[in-house]
Ligand binder design. Structure first.
Ligand code: CA
Length: 222
């Protein structure tokens, strides 16, 4: 956890440790990034405003280096923080001040998903999914567009794969949250919308994700 406010980090640490997690705290951005690289934790919780370098830059650098799950701490009522954080590759966010049980639930959900995606458990069947010029290697967790690799965050990949393997089916925001993030009770559909927007931006005209007004998203049947 990279957080400069000690009352927040010690509070979160107490709750997470009570749930059996081992928590290391960094109170500067630069130290936190160095520690995250050196210790390769299972998950990183990062505040936005930090001495040294800020949470956006930490997220960008960690995401560029791999698929480690990242939860961003953002100020309440500032949707811009949340949107920028998710666009930079955070998997989820929690607004401050937060309920520690909500933080624990989100940590658990992200770790459960990360485990499920370990290569050893990947299903080799139906491994390649194609939507015109977009090709998804499900077990390889890789996407190409006209043969060129496209860099997606883990959640963008999961969303695209879920929609691509349910062609013609409208998936509601609640279903997408449950399937990709592992929860619905904390549901915030803006998370979905930001990830869909990123997919559209990265895939351009090849992105066939349609908005079904008032319901959710789908990729049309072949
Ligand atoms: Ca701070």
């Amino acid at each position: 956890m990279i957080e400069d406010e000690e009352n927040i980090s010690s509070f979160a640490q107490m709750y997470l440790e009570a749930e059996g997690f081992r928590v290391t705290i960094a109170n500067r951005g630069d130290d936190g990034l160095a520690q995250a690289r050196a210790e390769t934790p299972s998950l990183v919780i990062v505040d936005l405003m930090l001495p040294g370098i800020d949470g956006y830059e930490i997220t960008r650098q960690l995401r560029a280096a791999g698929s480690i799950p990242i939860i961003m701490l953002t100020a309440r009522d500032d949707p811009i923080d949340m949107i920028v954080g998710l666009e930079l590759g955070a998997d989820d966010y929690v607004t401050k001040p937060f309920n520690p049980r909500e933080l624990v639930a989100r940590v658990r959900a992200l770790l459960r998903r990360a485990d499920a995606h370990a290569p050893s458990t990947a299903n080799a069947q139906n491994d390649i999914v194609r939507i015109d010029s977009v090709e998804i290697s499900v077990s390889g967790r890789a996407v190409t567009l006209d043969g060129a690799p496209i860099a997606l965050t883990p959640k963008e990949f999961d969303l695209l794969t879920l929609l691509a393997t349910h062609r013609g089916v409208v998936l509601s925001r609640e279903e997408l949250l449950e399937q990709v993030w592992g929860y619905t009770f904390l549901g915030d559909s803006r998370t979905i919308d930001v990830h869909i927007r990123q997919l559209r931006r990265k895939l351009g005209d090849a992105c066939q994700i349609e908005t079904v007004w008032g319901t959710g998203y789908k990729i049309a049947a072949d």
